[in-house]
Design a protein around this ligand. Structure first.
Ligand code: AMP
Length: 285
């Protein structure tokens, strides 16, 4: 595996892959890698592509009171993991490499930024879309891989690629979970043992919401209410949002008739966890 923190050197490495006729795949991450990230690499490898994985904790997507400086980092451990996973090039730029001067040009994500994580973290999704756009221009991949754990982010990137005619196929990968159901996240490392035990309620309550839907409940508000009640009764986490939205465009839903995204964000102390589930309803139930 080759690695670099410099954009010109990265471009040379990628050119070598392209010269050998390889399709280029990009897996953007913020590092502190776990099996969720490695599932993205695995899917990218399955396509036979030349795989570039980026590790960049992007300051542009963190609010002033958020955890940018304390976000977990361990580059050498990550480098070993991605080398073992068969990544061809690891790109780990510094903030100065990505933002040599203050930015005046951004990617705005319109109404998709106004709900869920966008409402809770103003500017976050604009920061994500902007850095992913920069990475797309730097790497010029044919394919890019995103996890459904950050479903809103995945939809925004897919929409950005379509709106801006980017010649990149945006691929999504299902959420990878711990054995007890907790979605893997770099931020799980911050949980105290008690918070870690309680956090399992997130996936459990999403599973229950799915069961409820499959049993015939069609009211989005009722599903949200049940989820909220269960979470606030059974753990010390503070709910940021619990919402049922259209899985295709995140529009509001009252009566559930099409595939929906059930999404939630809950804060355990200073650690904010997100999880979601996409459920397709059977119109005959
Ligand atoms: P992050 O490093 O948290 O920015 O995540 C980088 C990429 O990995 C994003 O596309 C995430 O959606 C994806 N990812 C993170 N956690 C998981 C997980 N548990 N399962 C699947 N994909 C994930």
């Amino acid at each position: 595996m080759k690695r670099t923190s410099h954009i010109p050197e990265l471009r040379e490495m990628i050119a070598q892959g392209k010269n050998r006729g390889r399709v280029i795949a990009l897996v953007p991450t913020m590092g502190y890698l776990h099996r969720g990230h490695l599932a993205l690499v695995e899917r990218a490898k399955e396509t036979g592509a030349f795989v570039v994985l980026s590790i960049f904790v992007n300051p542009l997507q963190f609010g002033p009171k958020e955890d940018y400086s304390r976000y977990p980092r361990d580059l050498e451990r990550d480098a070993r993991l991605v080398e073992d996973a068969g990544v061809d090039v690891l790109f780990h730029p510094t903030a100065e490499e990505m933002y040599p001067r203050s930015m005046v040009t951004y990617v705005e994500v319109g109404q998709l930024d106004s709900m869920l994580c966008g409402a809770a973290r103003p500017g976050h999704l604009r920061g994500v879309a902007t850095v992913v756009s920069k990475l797309f221009h730097i790497v010029q991949p044919d394919l890019a891989f995103f996890g459904q754990k950050d479903y809103q982010q995945y939809l925004i990137i897919r929409r950005m690629a379509s709106d801006l005619n980017l010649p990149i196929e945006i691929c999504s990968v299902p959420i990878v979970r711990e054995e007890d159901g907790l979605a893997l996240s770099s931020r799980n490392a911050f949980l105290t043992p008690e918070q870690r035990r309680e956090a399992v309620i997130l996936s459990q309550s999403l599973n229950e919401a799915e069961t409820c839907l499959r049993a015939g409940e069609r009211s989005a508000r009722e599903i949200e209410k049940q989820l909220r009640d269960r979470i606030s009764r059974q753990c010390h986490g503070v709910i940021d949002y619990v919402e049922v939205r259209d899985a295709g465009d995140l529009s509001e839903v009252t009566i559930i008739e099409r595939p929906v995204l059930i999404a939630l964000a809950v804060k355990f102390g200073a650690t904010r966890l997100i999880d979601n589930k996409v459920v397709e309803v059977d119109p005959h139930v």
